[in-house]
Design a protein around this ligand. Structure first.
Ligand SMILES: Cc1ncc(COP(=O)(O)O)c(C=O)c1O
Length: 385
C-alpha cells in the first residue's frame, strides 16, 4: 500500500546525525565521540528525590504548565542567578526539554511565510521544526573567521517585512561559540530596529568557560521580545528525564500552553520533582562537571591542533568543531573513513547545515582516557592519508 505522507514531512531530510549513527549502531568496538550527551550520570541526590516521590505514590498528571513548586524554583533561580524576573504563574511553562519548547514557540510564532532567521551551522532541529510550523528558515552563515558568530549587520541585512524572529543559541551546538554581553547588546539593537522576536536557546548556559553567560532577556528592552529556553539535560546531566522550560511574555507562554495541553498534557511528574531537587541542591554538581569539561576542552583543543586539524577554542558547551580542510577530504568522507579505519565515530559538520562542510564535530563529554585514545587514533588516521 502507498501511504500519502504529508508533503511538508516528506520534504524534511532525516537528521544528519541519525543517518551517521545508523551506520555506527551495528558496528562493534566503536569509540564514539558523537553524541551530545554528558558522560556523567544524574547526581545521586536528584535521582533519589525522584525515587522517593515514586515510593510516596506521586504518579499523577500535574497542571499543564507544570508543578507550581518547580515554576517557583525556576523563577527564584533566574532571579538569583541573572536578576531575571519571570512570574511563575503566567510567564513560565515546563516543557519536554528544550526540544519541545522550541517546537511550541515556533508553532506559536511562525505563521505561513513568516521568516525565521537561523544561524548556521546550528543544532539539527531548528530547520525542520521551523518548516513543520509552516515558517521559512533563513540561514545566516557564521564562518570560522567570524568566530562562528552572527554579526549585527548580517542580521540587519537579512531582514525584510516577513522576518518574524531570530533563533539564537549560545553557547552553540555544534561550534561552542558564545557571545559576550557587549556582543549581545549590539544584536539587541538590531532586534529592536527590526522588531524581531528572539528565541534564545540557552541550554548550555552553565557551561560557559571564559566569561559570564548573559541571558538575552536581561538586556535592556529585550525581555518583552525574548522567549528564553532552557532545561536540565546538559547542566545537570539529565538528558533522559526530559525536562525543560520556556519563559517569556504572558501572551506567548499562554499560546504555547494551548498547544502543549492538547499534545503533551504535562511533563512526567517524576522528572519535574527531580528538577526541583536539581535547582535546590544541584549547583555543586554542576560546578564540578563544568570544571571537568573545561580541563577536557584544553586537552582536546591542544591535541587536535598538534595533529594539524586547526581547532578554535570554544567558549562553551562540550563540543569542538575542528577544520579538516587540510586533509583534502569532505566532512562525510573524513568521518566515514575514520570510522572504517580507526573505529572512531565523530559527526560530519554538514549534519549542522551546508556551511559545516570542511569541519567535524567532536563531543568532549567523554573521559580523559577515551579522549586520549581517540586523539591517538585520529592522529594515526590523518598521518596515513
Ligand atoms: C542547542 C540544543 N538545543 C536543544 C537541545 C535539546 O535539549 P533537550 O534535551 O532539553 O530537549 C540540544 C540537545 O543536544 C541542543 O544541543
Amino acid at each position: 500500500m502507498r501511504y500519502k505522507i504529508s508533503k511538508i514531512v516528506e520534504q524534511i531530510p532525516p537528521s544528519g546525525i541519525r543517518k551517521f549513527f545508523d551506520l555506527v549502531i551495528d558496528m562493534k568496538g566503536i569509540l564514539s565521540l558523537g553524541v551530545g550527551e554528558p558522560d556523567f550520570i544524574t547526581p545521586r541526590n536528584i535521582r533519589e528525590a525522584a525515587i522517593r516521590s515514586i515510593k510516596q505514590g506521586r504518579t499523577t498528571y500535574t497542571s499543564n504548565t507544570g508543578l507550581m513548586e518547580l515554576r517557583r524554583e525556576i523563577s527564584h533561580f533566574l532571579n538569583r542567578r541573572y536578576s531575571l524576573r519571570y512570574d511563575p504563574d503566567k510567564e513560565i511553562l515546563i516543557t519536554v526539554g528544550v526540544s519541545e519548547g522550541m517546537d511550541l514557540v515556533l508553532r506559536t510564532l511562525a505563521g505561513k511565510n513568516d521568516k525565521i532567521l537561523i544561524p548556521e551551522p546550528c543544532y539539527v532541529s531548528y530547520m525542520p521544526v521551523t518548516a513543520l510550523a509552516g515558517g521559512k528558515p533563513v540561514y545566516l552563515r557564521t564562518p570560522r573567521e567570524k568566530g562562528f558568530k552572527l554579526s549585527p549587520k548580517q542580521i540587519d541585512k537579512a531582514c525584510d517585512k516577513n522576518t518574524k524572529a531570530l533563533i539564537l543559541n549560545y553557547p552553540s551546538n555544534p561550534t561552542g561559540a558564545s557571545y559576550t554581553r557587549k556582543e549581545l547588546k549590539e544584536i539587541s539593537k538590531v532586534a529592536e530596529k527590526r522588531n524581531l522576536l528572539v528565541i534564545s536557546d540557552e541550554v548550555y548556559d552553565e557551561l560557559t568557560y571564559d566569561f559570564q553567560h548573559t541571558p538575552f532577556a536581561t538586556l535592556s528592552g529585550m525581555k518583552k521580545r525574548t522567549v528564553y529556553l532552557n532545561g536540565f539535560s546538559k547542566s545537570y546531566a539529565m538528558t533522559g528525564w526530559r525536562v525543560g522550560f520556556a519563559c517569556g511574555p504572558e501572551e506567548i507562554i499562554s499560546a504555547m500552553t494551548k498547544i502543549h495541553q492538547y499534545t503533551i498534557m504535562c511533563v512526567p511528574i517524576m522528572g519535574q520533582i527531580a528538577a526541583i531537587e536539581a535547582l535546590k541542591k544541584g549547583q555543586k554538581s554542576v560546578d564540578e562537571m563544568k570544571k571537568e569539561y573545561k580541563k577536557r576542552r584544553e586537552f582536546i583543543v591542544d591535541g587536535l591542533n598538534a595533529i594539524g586539524l586547526e581547532c578554535h577554542k570554544p567558549q562553551g558547551a562540550f563540543y569542538v568543531f575542528p577544520s579538516i580542510k587540510s586533509t583534502g577530504l569532505k566532512s562525510m568522507e573524513f568521518v566515514t573513513a575514520l570510522l572504517e579505519k580507526e573505529k572512531v565515530a565523530v559527526v560530519p559538520g554538514t549534519a549542522f547545515g551546508s556551511s559545516g562542510e570542511g569541519y567535524i564535530r567532536i563531543s568532549y563529554a567523554s573521559s580523559f582516557d577515551k579522549l586520549k585514545e581517540a586523539l591517538s587514533k585520529i592522529s594515526h588516521f590523518v598521518n596515513s592519508l
